[in-house]
Design a protein around this ligand. Structure first.
Ligand code: G6Q
Length: 545
């Protein structure tokens, strides 16, 4: 790793100079200058094809970005992660989500212990359980088959499972209904359980710590709901609750038989845990074989990231391109636009993965950064976004790099739908890059006063990712791709992508405020004047409600 600060490093300075030279260039000119650009600026791995030609880069830009990665020691950092070094330095932990998908027989040693056999033990236990629920061998307290599975968890213990369930719904067992309760807002729990029969409902309480306020509040309400529905017999708990956690003591305190607890390890970060036991609901939904296919997909991308040279490495290329826009063009966001309805929760999943990981302003050595870090990731599935926010991407004042994700095949062929869908991917990327000049607008007979309004400046960058079809393996590859994009960005920015201290303060303050809302007597409020007044007003509204 280089010890020079990022903005003082030779590679950074070279990129700054280079940016001055090329920032005025238009993608139209870059394409005109090189007729093979659309073929050259591409990379392919594990069935994912990346066209990055519509980015504001030249071959020289890419060379300088790769030099930056090298100078920042990206390769060494990748090796350190795969080796199990404690690269999450603020929590003193290894970062080994890659071990969750390591094949049997591989070996990754943490604190002198090979963790891969344990990973497979848990996977086997999950598989046996998932098979029992799916086959109807696992029965509820009154002998009913399980028809509803409700995952209770939040953040990393929710977003991955929901996203994966939605993404792979086509492959799921349709005789079981899956729900995900995360919010402490009782509306969430009430709507998820509305009309369900507790006798045929199984709760998976997913919480690494088993202390998270939202999850434990929902878990206790679920416990009461089950007991109320099943005559209050405590023995029902063992049949209607299982846990995914690292905290056996708390799990057993709750009344869940630890034989029905699925473990994982402190080297799995919450937002990197959908392929650990946190994915239990996914496995029940799609079955163990499909789950293993998904893990194999993750592993494919891990191996690609670990071994491919930077120029061919999809996560490295995409990670560096985002650094290019964040730090040299001042872009603040990245839009992720999957043209696949099954990926409708993918942008929400990526919000956590990217922003909780790289929303940091302190370097690994404790200094405040003097450059931009983590962009805001957001998006919606296409084509819906085209009829709402794309206006701003095409004609607004901000530069918003886009990742389009499309597939060669649909799982639900229906007339012309898929060709129409994919035509829109290509059209949007084309329109963003090349736009429409005033001359072209005039040539269409547009009245002069309207010409400026109808001009598309173009020169708006995008990546296009293409794969054959959404299936478990592809999903694994896609998620791992973004995990490693985040890693690449974090390595360049020299930040810890694996802690999340920024979520702590609000949690602590909420704990202090809860009794102030609940107390019968008017509390002696010692916050700022705004918080005091809001609490007082809420207490009045609450009484009136
Ligand atoms: C993710 C975060 C966070 C975490 C939740 C749930 O990286 O650590 O989103 O997943 O706070 O935590 P528990 O699983 O411990 O309930």
């Amino acid at each position: 790793m280089s010890t020079t600060s990022l903005t003082q490093s030779p590679a950074w300075k070279a990129l700054q100079d280079h940016h001055r030279e090329i920032s005025g260039m238009h993608l139209r000119d870059l394409f005109a200058a090189d007729p093979r650009r659309g073929e050259e600026f591409t990379a392919e791995a594990d069935g994912l094809f990346l066209d990055y030609s519509k980015n504001r880069v030249t071959a020289e830009t890419m060379r300088l970005l790769f030099a930056l990665a090298e100078e920042r020691g990206l390769r060494g950092r990748i090796d350190a992660m795969f080796r199990g070094d404690k690269i999450n330095i603020t929590e003193g932990r290894a970062v080994l989500h890659v071990a969750l998908r390591a094949p049997k027989g591989a070996s990754i040693v943490v604190d002198g212990k090979d963790v891969v056999p344990e990973v497979h033990e848990v996977l086997d236990k999950m598989a046996a359980f998932a098979d029992r629920v799916r086959s109807g061998a696992w029965l509820g307290h009154t002998g009913e088959k399980i028809r509803n599975v409700i995952n209770i968890g939040i953040g990393g213990s929710d977003l991955g499972p929901v996203m994966a369930y939605e993404a792979l719904k086509f492959y799921s067992d349709r005789s079981i209904r899956f729900q995900f309760v995360s919010n402490v807002d009782s509306d969430d729990f009430a709507e998820a359980t509305r009309g369900l029969d507790p006798a045929e409902t199984l709760f998976i309480i997913s919480s690494k710590t088993f202390t998270t306020l939202e999850t434990m509040t929902n878990a206790h309400s679920a416990r009461e709901w089950v007991l109320a529905g099943l005559g209050g017999d405590e023995a029902a708990i063992a049949k209607h609750f299982v846990a995914v956690s690292t905290n056996a003591e708390k799990v057993s305190e709750f009344g869940i038989d630890t034989a029905n607890m699925f473990g994982f390890w402190d080297w799995v970060g919450g937002r990197y845990s959908m392929d650990s036991a946190i994915g239990l609901s996914t496995m029940v939904a799609i079955g163990p074989d499909n789950f293993r296919e998904m893990l194999a997909g993750f592993h494919d991308m891990d191996e690609h990231f670990r071994t491919a040279p930077a120029e061919k490495n999809l996560p490295v290329i995409m990670g560096l391109l985002s650094v290019w826009y964040d730090d040299f063009f001042g872009a603040q966001t990245v839009a992720v636009l999957p043209y696949e309805q099954y990926l409708k929760r993918f942008p929400a999943y990526l919000q956590q993965l990217t922003m909780e990981s790289n929303g940091k302003s302190i370097t690994l050595d404790g200094h405040h950064v003097d450059y931009n870090t983590g962009a805001v990731y957001w998006g919606e599935p296409g084509t819906n976004g085209q009829h709402s926010f794309y206006q701003l991407i095409h004609q607004g004042t901000r530069l918003i790099p886009c990742d389009f994700i499309g597939f060669g095949r649909t799982l639900n062929p229906l007339g012309r739908h898929h060709d129409i869908l994919m035509a829109n991917v290509f059209a949007q990327a084309e329109a963003l890059a090349f736009g429409k000049t005033a001359e072209q607008v005039r040539a269409e007979g547009t009245p002069e006063a309207l010409v400026p309004h109808r001009v598309f400046e173009g020169n708006r960058p995008s990546n296009v990712l293409l794969a054959e079809v959404i299936d478990p393996r592809t999903l694994g590859r896609l998620v791992a791709l973004y995990e490693h994009i985040v890693f690449t960005q974090g390595a360049v920015w020299n930040i810890n992508s694996f802690d999340q201290w920024g979520v702590e303060l609000g949690k602590v303050l909420a704990q202090r405020i809860i009794p102030e809302l609940e107390s019968k007597e008017a509390p002696d409020l010692k916050h700022d004047s705004s918080t005091n007044a809001l609490i007082t007003r809420y207490r009045k509204l609450r009484v009136g409600g």
